[in-house]
Ligand binder design. Structure first.
Ligand SMILES: Nc1ncnc2c1ncn2[C@@H]1O[C@H](COP(=O)(O)OP(=O)(O)OP(=O)(O)O)[C@@H](O)[C@H]1O
Ligand SMILES: [Mg+2]
Length: 242
């Protein structure tokens, strides 16, 4: 078995413009084909952290490695080619285009990566039957859950090593929350390593292998989900020592 982490983050610092650091020195290693739930209070830097991994917020210090290769200096497009895929919380599909057009456009962007492209499409659509049956529908006419599935499918077209999901369950009805979490599990079983940022902590922990609790831009706790003590999360969210 490979011992190279799928994702390795060391001393990572990032922020916006001339403002202070939002990500304030994060160290994390994630084993391949695991789900890491990233949780924490509002404004603790979860989205900024995954945007930094995706290359959308500049790194100020530290490093990011994907399956052993250093991607810290790479552009977002180069990181996609290196195996990182990112699904933002909002605005993650083109609503005025059909499902099929969204998938096609996503394919256009990922030609550089081995295993990416049209051949990958049929494989992905098997994972998302609800999307496969609606290829002529405008993405704007999909339900919230289906739109998330489409965003997911577009991201998987690049055949990523590491998939970054920012609150995929936000705004969804409970039925779709269950469905989207099942899809995350299926994706992991297909060999993808997943960083799952979630406000819906219980839904995320139900499927995650490990959890990282972000508080004020630092990792306050990183452990297997089963190792969390009763009440520990609540204490961390409220900023009290365990
Ligand atoms: N584009 C931006 N420019 C400047 N500051 C920003 C920007 N985006 C976020 N921030 C600030 O960075 C901090 C962390 O925000 P971030 O969105 O990463 O937190 P979060 O943990 O994802 O929060 P939430 O749970 O509400 O999604 C906040 O103080 C926020 O105001
Ligand atoms: Mg966020």
């Amino acid at each position: 078995m490979s011992t190279v982490p799928a994702l390795s983050v060391k001393g990572l610092r990032s922020g916006y413009g001339r403002g202070g650091d939002i990500v304030c020195g994060i160290d994390l290693e994630q084993r391949p084909e695991t789900i890491l739930a990233v949780v924490g209070p509002n404004g603790s830097g979860k989205s900024t952290f995954v945007k930094t991994l995706a290359g959308l917020v500049p790194v100020r210090a530290g490093s990011i490695e994907v399956t052993g290769s250093n991607v810290t200096a790479l552009s977002p497009a180069q990181r996609t080619a290196a195996g990182i895929a990112y699904v933002p919380q909002e605005g993650n599909v083109f609503r005025s285009m059909t499902v099929g057009e969204n998938l096609k456009l996503a394919t256009e962007f990922v030609r550089a990566r081995a295993g990416a492209g049209l051949a990958q499409q049929s494989l992905i659509l098997e994972l998302f039957p609800e999307i496969a049956n609606r290829r002529r529908l405008l993405a704007g006419n999909l339900s919230g859950g289906q739109r998330q599935m489409l965003a997911f499918a577009c991201a998987l077209l690049s055949n990523p090593e590491v998939l970054l999901l920012d609150e995929p369950s936000a705004g969804l009805s409970p039925k779709f929350v269950v469905e989207i979490m099942q899809t995350v599990l299926t994706t992991r079983k297909a060999g993808v390593t997943i960083v799952l940022v979630e406000q819906n902590v219980s839904a995320a922990l139900a499927i995650a292998d490990e959890v990282a609790v972000l508080v004020a831009g630092t990792v306050a706790r990183h452990c297997p989900v089963a190792a969390l003590a009763d009440g520990e999360l609540e204490r961390l969210f409220l900023g009290r020592a365990a």
